[in-house]
Design a protein around this ligand. Structure first.
Ligand code: NDP
Length: 328
């Protein structure tokens, strides 16, 4: 059958993205065919596009989608046509989530409960599971912890702030401008630093009476890495989980000793959801958080799927807040 999808054949800026028609084969063994109703845009999509995370070309794009199963391949017993599903991750060949219709491994898909909309699902699956593993598994946030969360008005950031608060932490957050800072405050952060004009390390030290925070969640990467290490208490944990400002420069691990025997981890969601039972258990916990009503999913921007280029421009120029969706 025919599908339209965003693809690219050379790495580069948003302009390399093309809206193409292509013939999709029937779902293979273990695959389901999904018709997308909403697609999540994630910063990782820009890393695939630029080649920061290498992919083989030509490539599709996109790691998060929600929709309806249209057909199932041989051996699939868990899903039937008509089922609502959501997923994150997956291959980019021949198409990724930025597509009208795609084939996808059934064992990586999650059944979407009827009370959760396609838009919410596509906005929260990858970003919400990320927030969850960061505060529940990378470090188990406890009441009394003080954490520093960068880019807190972003897709992952707003969810992370809420989840850390829910677990009883004091949250110090950073955001790029006053409007974003207001949004972060409204989602529960105790202190918000506009790090484009204030020194976040000095402010964090002052807010913790010189001690430093227990954990830093840093998705900004190059621009904040050293300042984040300097914001930690002795034996504190640096969680470097993204590169929005560029890849962290190589550094001498002796720095970790000098700055107080710090711990450092560079986690990725895909390790934490590699086992299907973990994926399903974590998704269930995420759905419960939505149902219980304490986790607010902000959809800040919606773009037609064919205009993914514009979505990438907005995301990379720091013009977005919360999640960004593409709609087929
Ligand atoms: P966001 O919506 O958070 O967008 C990125 C934000 O980073 C911007 O809005 C901006 O916020 C901030 N930023 C700081 N410096 C820059 C810069 N130079 N260029 C662009 N943005 C900058 O994106 P996502 O929610 O999709 O992802 C957030 C981060 O989490 C990304 O780094 C992503 O790679 C990472 N991630 C990691 C995962 C993992 O498993 N390790 C999984 C999911 C996401 P501001 O203006 O407020 O500074």
């Amino acid at each position: 059958m025919l599908t339209h999808a965003i693809r690219f054949s050379a790495h580069g800026g948003p302009e390399v993205l093309r809206w193409e028609a292509l013939e999709l084969p029937d779902p293979g063994p273990g695959e389901i065919r999904i018709r997308h109703h909403a697609i999540g845009v994630n910063f990782i999509d820009t890393y695939h596009r630029t080649g920061l995370y290498p992919v083989s070309l030509p490539s599709g794009l996109g790691q998060e989608g929600a929709g309806v199963v249209e057909a199932v391949g041989p051996g699939v017993t868990e899903f039937r046509p008509g089922d609502r599903v959501v997923y994150c991750g997956g291959s980019l060949s021949p198409v990724g989530a930025y597509s009208e219709v795609r084939n996808f491994p059934a064992e990586r898909a999650v059944r979407l409960p009827d009370d959760i909309s396609f838009e919410t699902a596509a906005a929260v699956m990858l970003k919400g599971l990320t927030a969850q593993f960061l505060v529940r598994r990378t470090h188990r946030v406890q009441p009394g912890d003080t954490v520093l969360i960068h880019a807190a008005a972003g897709g992952v950031g707003l969810l992370l702030v809420q989840w850390a608060k829910r677990l009883g932490a004091t949250v110090i957050a950073t955001a790029g401008n006053d409007e974003k800072a207001e949004l972060v405050r409204a989602h529960g952060a105790d202190h918000v630093i506009v790090y484009t004009r204030e020194n976040f390390t000095e402010r964090t030290r002052a807010l913790t009476n010189g001690r430093g925070v227990d954990v830093v969640y840093d998705s900004v990467g190059r621009a904040t890495f050293l300042g984040s290490l300097d914001s930690l208490r002795p034996l504190g944990l640096m969680v470097s989980f993204g590169n929005a400002s560029g890849k962290v420069e190589p550094f001498d691990i002796g720095l970790l000793a000098q700055k107080g025997s710090l711990f450092l981890t560079r986690p990725t969601l895909f390790t934490y959801i590699a086992e299907r039972e973990d994926l399903l258990a974590m998704a269930e916990e995420l759905f419960t958080a939505l149902r219980d009503g304490w986790l607010d999913v902000q959809i800040g921007q919606r773009f037609p799927l064919s205009q993914a280029t514009e979505a990438h421009r907005a995301l990379e120029s720091r013009r977005t807040t919360g999640a960004t969706l593409l709609l087929p």
